[in-house]
Design a protein around this ligand. Structure first.
Ligand code: ASP
Length: 450
């Protein structure tokens, strides 16, 4: 059995939905399909999820949301008309109006419930269409199927373990299951959404729950590429990549799947296949636990801006038992997650993401380090980019670091940090943010010999 998730661009209008249904009909193993809300039909268009956010915001501001909700209903009407399933529209309109008109005293819960309706209505519509063309299909409500979530301490939506058991019964469903992505329910029966792009997580959860042979993630690109195609023309296509490699590249900005989507399938060793709805015969990219072949020494190169460094100096730091422990404790108490920690003898640099490390946090943390740890100096720089070279085939091969460093030096890029993990699957470089794209291009040119 295959679980196939289709993203917003694959479901943006009737034409796209027909393509999706053809893909589903082409393989009887595609028994569970997970749908996103209709996405953009062109560059200037607005995603249904964003239209719904506008509905909720109008209501929360105490204004009428009639114009906003009509825009959403119109999107579904357009699609339903072209697919000749207009009799689904009253059900969609009722659903939207009742959720948008419900109690909004808790603004976070209200926003979640309205946002989720993009997926919910799309699943109803797609199921209706599949039935209308003679393929028995069922809209699956996440509450009835038992997809339960909760918010963790950081406010993030996480799955309750019992959901896997509940959802496993979907494999016995005789019809095609059409499951809305992006949301589930709390045990109290309230809607909780994942963060944006979260339908990828729903697909992964369902694939894990039913023990799927593969989790297909249908999008609008033929492959994952070895480097961001906005930086390099016609980059090398990746046909196979491991979960670990993908994770390392995602860390530095590869945004193929939602970053939390790999975990449920990774734990169970279920492969993910990224495919293109607009070109189903393209090979796509497989994410697997063990690779069958290597097309190149390096699998991918990625770079991301947005990091800061905190460098702490203290004479005889290496002799002081518990120094690092105390330093990390301060960061933990201030709610800052540590990304990397390159160190010298009397100095250590902590790399953090700027997003959470605000100027106010910086002040508090620097003061505490100086006072509580008696540090000689603490300096902060806020313009670091991380560039990663990732590839399992690099392990045990000689000279890659030398080539990478030489290519950066001939491009005039100063290396601020260098780090190679013990597993040898990746190398990490820290460069000034201004050099991030140049560094990625220079490394790609050298390591892929283009
Ligand atoms: N529709 C949601 C979004 O736009 C979730 C998703 O598409 O995965 O983020």
């Amino acid at each position: 059995m295959k679980v196939a998730k289709f993203g917003g661009s694959s479901l943006a209008d009737a034409f796209q939905i027909k393509k999706v249904c053809d893909i589903v009909f082409a393989d009887p193993e595609r028994k569970i399909i997970v749908v996103s809300a209709p996405g953009k039909r062109n560059r200037e268009d607005t995603k249904v999820t964003d239209l719904l956010i506008a509905v909720a915001k109008a209501r929360l501001a105490g204004n009428s949301f009639e114009t906003e909700i009509k825009a959403v209903i119109e999107r579904y009407k357009d699609i339903a008309k072209s697919l000749e399933v207009v009799d689904i529209i009253p059900e969609i309109e009722d659903t939207l109006r009742s959720v948008a008109g419900a109690d909004y005293t808790d603004d976070i819960k209200y926003l979640d419930s309205v946002k989720a309706m993009g997926e919910d209505c799309n699943a109803r519509l797609v199921a209706k269409y599949l039935n209308s063309v003679g393929h028995p299909a069922k809209y699956c409500n996440p509450k009835e199927c038992g997809l339960f979530l909760k918010h963790n301490d950081l406010g993030k939506a996480v799955i309750l373990d019992e959901s896997y058991d509940n959802l496993s019964s979907l494999k016995d469903c005789p019809e095609i299951c059409v499951f809305p992505g992006f949301y589930g329910y709390s045990k109290e029966g309230e809607i909780i959404t994942f963060s944006r792009g979260g339908s990828d997580i729903t697909g992964s959860i369902l694939a894990a729950a039913v023990g799927a042979e593969v989790y297909e993630n249908w999008t609008d690109v033929d492959n994952v590429y070895a480097v961001n195609p906005e930086l390099v023309k016609n980059p090398f296509a990746i046909t196979e990549i491991t979960y670990d490699e993908m994770r390392e590249l995602a860390y530095a900005g590869f945004s193929v799947l939602h970053e939390e989507a790999l975990y449920p399938v990774f734990v169970r060793g279920i492969p993910v296949h990224i495919k293109n709805t607009n070109n189903p015969s393209a090979k796509g990219t497989k994410i697997v636990s063990k690779r069958t072949h290597y097309d190149s020494l390096v699998t991918g190169i990625a770079g991301e801006k947005g990091f800061a460094t905190i460098t702490v100096n203290k004479y005889l730091m290496n002799k002081e038992v518990g120094f690092l422990l105390n330093l990390l404790r301060i960061l933990a108490e201030e709610g800052i997650s540590v990304e990397h920690m390159p160190s010298g003898i009397d100095s250590v640099t902590i790399i953090v993401r700027k997003k959470n490390f605000t100027e106010e946090k910086e002040k508090v943390i620097v003061d505490r380090i100086k006072k509580e740890l008696n540090a000689q100096s603490v300096s902060v720089e806020r313009d670091l980019a991380i560039v990663m070279i990732v590839g399992e085939a690099m392990a045990n091969s000689v000279g890659i670091m030398a080539r990478a460093a030489a290519s950066l030096s001939s491009a005039g890029i100063n290396l601020r940090i260098v780090n190679q993990g013990a597993s040898e699957i990746s190398m990490m470089f820290g460069v000034s943010e201004a050099y991030c794209s140049y560094a990625v291009r220079a490394l790609y040119k050298e390591l892929f010999k283009v």
